[in-house]
Design a protein around this ligand. Structure first.
Ligand code: 3PG
Length: 423
């Protein structure tokens, strides 16, 4: 496989797929530019070699052209970070984009408008009537798949080579993340530096594990984490299941959880996961106490309770001190750590203790030689909020992509560049 380090971009135009899907506030200011910064080494290397950049990204999940999701909002910031006056094409496949891409000189950069303004990027029909028949749905799907080929070909036509640096979107088999790779031969398609780093970090927790290996999985729904939990049961020594999922497990074991969040239809599943953990010799660690509140609000009245004795009218919004000590002990004795999802509602200042303590324990373990990978929107927000990002081995830019990679799924964005099969 071609590597970005070995490729000389002098005089070449590179189509670089990045994931600039960054959060914006109501005035279109970027509130977290981590993903843009993360792509800079790739973009800068191409410019420094004397290449030119055609940068493609999505922003949000628009269902057509909308100002809210225009990439023009981030243009200035991208230019500042890159140190180059980046040009902008108001449309990713129109005449303007083609002409601007064709006129690019070495050292110049062009940002294309949001690729998802076109249904062809995702390859899914849009605007179908709610009462569309199966026949109509099938025909619309066929039509968009057909026009997707032209769309992909058009994007590919701008460049001599393709660089995929969009790990955050690598789980999508979209035109610019996967299909486009077919238009370049093996010597002219490659990962960017960010993608290389992400792939290496994932491979480390999947295949190159120093034990004990501890995974900390938070989140409110067991149902959205089943696959990853089942996959992790084959790999880890300790599995800490935390966050809102705690209460589904507690209720499944007959505990009283008050009005805590719970998936009542997943109680059997929770018991089944516990049984599987036992069979596989995995130490499943669940909370023993909780910080409870009489309302879902930062200003609610609070107290501590055993996790299985939460009074009616109260709900668990974070773990309690006994659980913090329990988790910290497990984490500090680990040599490989994966953290996805906070222990509580960390957005509320009064319920941050558990997530902060987990982050701090991970930093301590990392200082003592553990490899730690933190990924998934909320846990990344946690380490940033608590100023712990520099103390962990790797902070992933991927949310869904990281989870799917750890579930052991083939990521189309990775497979396509390698010339491997994907669905
Ligand atoms: C993300 O934010 O996880 C990526 O940018 C992918 O976005 P998507 O879930 O809308 O495909």
């Amino acid at each position: 496989m071609q590597s970005i380090d070995n490729f000389n971009f002098a005089g070449k135009k590179a189509f670089v797929r990045v994931d600039f899907n960054v959060p914006l506030d109501e005035n279109f200011n970027i509130t977290d530019d981590t993903r843009i910064r993360a792509a800079l080494p790739t973009l800068k290397k191409i410019l420094a070699d004397g290449g030119s950049l055609i940068i493609g990204s999505h922003l949000g999940r628009p269902k057509g052209v909308t100002d809210k999701y225009s990439l023009k909002h981030i243009l200035k910031h991208v230019s500042e970070l890159l140190g180059v006056d980046v040009q902008f094409a108001n449309d990713c496949i129109g005449e303007e984009a083609g002409a601007k891409a064709a006129a690019l000189q070495p050292g110049e950069a062009l940002l294309l408008e949001n690729l998802r303004f076109y249904a062809e990027e995702e390859g899914k029909p849009r605007g179908l009537a709610e009462d569309a028949t199966d026949e109509e749905k099938k025909a619309a799907k066929k039509a968009v798949k057909e026009s997707q080929k032209e769309f992909t070909k058009r994007l590919a036509s701008y460049a001599d080579c393709y660089v995929n640096d969009a790990f955050g979107t690598a789980h999508r088999a979209h035109a610019s993340t996967a299909l486009i790779a077919d238009y370049f031969d093996a010597d002219h398609k490659m990962f960017g530096y960010l993608m290389e780093k992400e792939v290496k970090a994932v491979e480390k927790v999947l295949n190159d594990i120093t034990r004990p290996f501890t995974a900390i999985m938070g989140g409110s729904k067991v149902s959205s984490k089943i696959e990853i939990i089942e996959n992790l049961l084959n790999k880890v020594d300790n599995l800490i299941i935390t966050g809102g999922m705690t209460y589904t497990f507690t209720k499944a074991m007959g505990g009283k959880i008050g009005k805590s969040i719970c998936e009542d239809d997943k109680l059997d599943l929770a018991l089944d996961l516990m049984k599987k953990a036992k069979e596989k010799g995995v130490n499943l660690v669940l909370a023993v106490d909780a910080k409870i509140a009489d309302d879902f609000s930062n200003d609610a009245k609070t107290a501590y309770a055993n996790v299985n004795e939460i009074p009616d009218g109260w709900e668990g919004l974070d773990i309690g001190p006994k659980t913090i000590a329990l988790y910290a002990e497990v984490i500090k004795n680990s040599k490989t750590i994966l953290w996805n999802g906070p222990t509580g509602v960390f957005e509320f200042e009064n319920f941050t203790d558990g997530s902060r303590a987990v982050g701090e324990a991970i930093v301590e373990a990392t200082k003592n030689g553990a490899f730690s990978l933190v990924g998934g929107g909320d846990s990344v927000a946690c380490v940033n909020k608590f100023g712990l990002a520099n103390g962990v081995s790797y902070v992933s830019t991927g949310g869904g992509a990281l989870l799917e990679a750890i579930e052991g799924k083939v990521l189309p964005g990775i497979a396509a560049v390698k010339g491997e099969a994907y669905k």
